[in-house]
Design a protein around this ligand. Structure first.
Ligand code: FHN
Length: 480
């Protein structure tokens, strides 16, 4: 007994030391709980695949599946919840939903057009729902009968989509729901021996499908897991840990967020010691962090709907629909806080996009064409935030972009340089116009905008270099 305890303590100490030895940007601290299936790394991944993911910054999410057929309506009644959840709506019988595949025939699906739209919008990566909670597979999986192969369309949808996006220079990541309402072995919780046996069979099924996806679509860059909150999943941290390692072994470099795993105590996203599991924090859904402190030095990604909460196609969007400028502000804010931003689209069952989404994509793209340079490879700048908007640093350089959403009535934008930083040039991207900053005192400048009324955010490039601030200590500080 005593020997066992000593071994346990040694293992815990050893685990703590290993974690500390690899610590990067987070505060070194003692982990109090010995975990076998907790975080295996402290700090962000530093390899080329992760660096690529991080540099892309702007992604497109696509929720496409059978739920696009009812589109939020059943028997003349409109369901206000998320359209892709309609199967769980008490008024829609499961049997009726599970027959919808017989109608799924996206005759107007044009993957090249989809990819062209995403590219024109400025998206550098895309996440597609290979199967959502309903269990319907957009690829002809050999492990399921509930797939695109059984629909009138018959052919694979994922392959042509992935090819088209890749040809357009866009990386593809695969969304995969663990919850599977169609699979006879899926259980939300395991209450008895029969459930446990079903759960084991279901794990094999999940593993097979994921390996199949990697084998069929070798260019994919990552998995985007969802539906991992049920007890059956989160109470088996060993399985999700082994699964993550298995997928990495099949496809080294794969990027997978924090939704996949739970530790052996059921903690999700962050293990019981508060360490991030997975390659980036994946909990920012329909919300953004407020400040850099909120992201704790971790890579992260936000996913956003256009209306308040619709992912799949809903015929009648209700409530507020986000505008181009709102979306741009969310994108820019995310990048300014070291995050990626992914905007969701829900195509119709016939394979076309609703007008609002087409217009939104075009509007975002128009701005990105001139100003996207401030977004890609963007990072937290380390400048004191000002009310006019956000700073983004081109990662690893002395170039800092100001993205201005709120021009003050004075037209003067205050810039406070960090210590030992000199300002060497100011250029507005639109029109490539050089601006003359006015030195205010200390390390502060005003940048005066002539035109105080603009329809979209203004981007100004600050060239800086390490060196003396202009004041060189000559401006007397207030005596208080
Ligand atoms: O339940 C899903 C929802 O339908 C949608 O797929 C989102 C996307 O992040 N994920 C789940 C809710 O977190």
């Amino acid at each position: 007994m005593r020997n066992k305890m000593i071994t346990g303590l040694l293992a815990a100490a050893c685990c703590t030391l290993m974690l500390q030895a690899t610590a990067q940007d987070q505060q070194p601290r003692q982990d109090t709980i010995a975990l076998k299936h907790g975080a295996h790394r402290i700090g962000n991944r530093t390899d080329a695949d992760m660096a690529r993911w991080r540099s892309l910054r702007f992604g497109q999410f696509i929720h496409w599946g059978l739920y696009a057929i009812p589109a939020g309506e059943w028997n003349g009644k409109t369901y206000n919840g998320a359209a892709e959840w309609i199967r769980s709506w008490k008024e829609m019988p499961h049997e009726a939903y599970d027959q919808l595949y017989k109608q799924f025939n996206p005759v107007n699906f044009n993957p090249q057009q989809w990819a062209a739209q995403a590219k024109a919008m400025g998206a550098k990566y895309m996440i597609i729902t290979t199967k959502h909670h309903d269990g319907f597979c957009l690829w002809p999986s050999k492990y399921s009968k509930y797939t695109i192969a059984a629909s009138p369309w018959k052919k694979d949808l994922l392959g042509p989509m992935i090819d088209a996006y890749n040809k357009a220079g866009i990386d593809v990541h695969l969304y995969f729901s663990i919850i599977d309402w169609n699979h006879p072995d899926y259980r939300a919780s395991l209450k008895n021996a029969a459930d446990s046996a079903a759960g084991k069979r279901f794990q094999v099924f999940v593993k097979n499908q994921l390996a199949e996806l990697l084998q069929r679509y070798p260019t994919v860059k990552g998995f985007w897991f969802d539906g991992t909150w049920d007890d059956s999943w989160k109470n088996d941290g060993a399985f999700s840990d082994e699964l993550e390692q298995y997928l990495q072994s099949l496809h080294p470099g794969l990027v997978m967020g924090s939704r996949l795993r739970a530790d052996e105590k059921g903690a999700r996203h962050f293990d019981s010691n508060g360490r991030l599991m997975g390659d980036y924090e994946q909990g920012w859904e329909r919300k953004l962090p407020a400040t850099i402190a909120d992201v704790h030095g971790n890579d992260w990604e936000a996913v956003m709907t256009v209306p308040e909460n619709q992912w799949g196609y809903h015929a009648k969007w209700m409530g507020h629909v986000k505008t181009v400028n709102e979306i741009l502000e969310m994108l820019v804010k995310s990048v300014s806080l070291n995050g990626n931003f992914v905007l969701n689209f829900g195509p119709k069952a016939d394979g076309t996009y609703r007008t609002e989404e087409q217009q939104l994509a075009a509007g975002i793209g128009e701005w990105m064409k001139v100003n996207g340079v401030a977004v890609y490879d963007g990072a937290y700048a380390g400048f004191e935030k000002q009310d006019w908007g956000y700073y983004i640093r081109k990662a690893g350089t002395d170039s800092v972009y100001m993205v201005v959403f709120n021009i003050p009535v004075s037209g003067s934008l205050r810039v406070k340089l960090p210590a030992r930083t000199a300002l060497t040039g100011v250029t507005m991207l639109q029109g490539n116009t050089a601006l003359t900053p006015e030195w205010v005192g200390r390390n502060e400048y005003f940048i005066h905008l002539q035109n105080r009324q603009t329809a979209s955010p203004v981007v100004i490039l600050l060239k800086t270099e390490k060196g003396e601030n202009k004041d060189k200590g000559n401006v007397e500080k207030a005596k208080t």
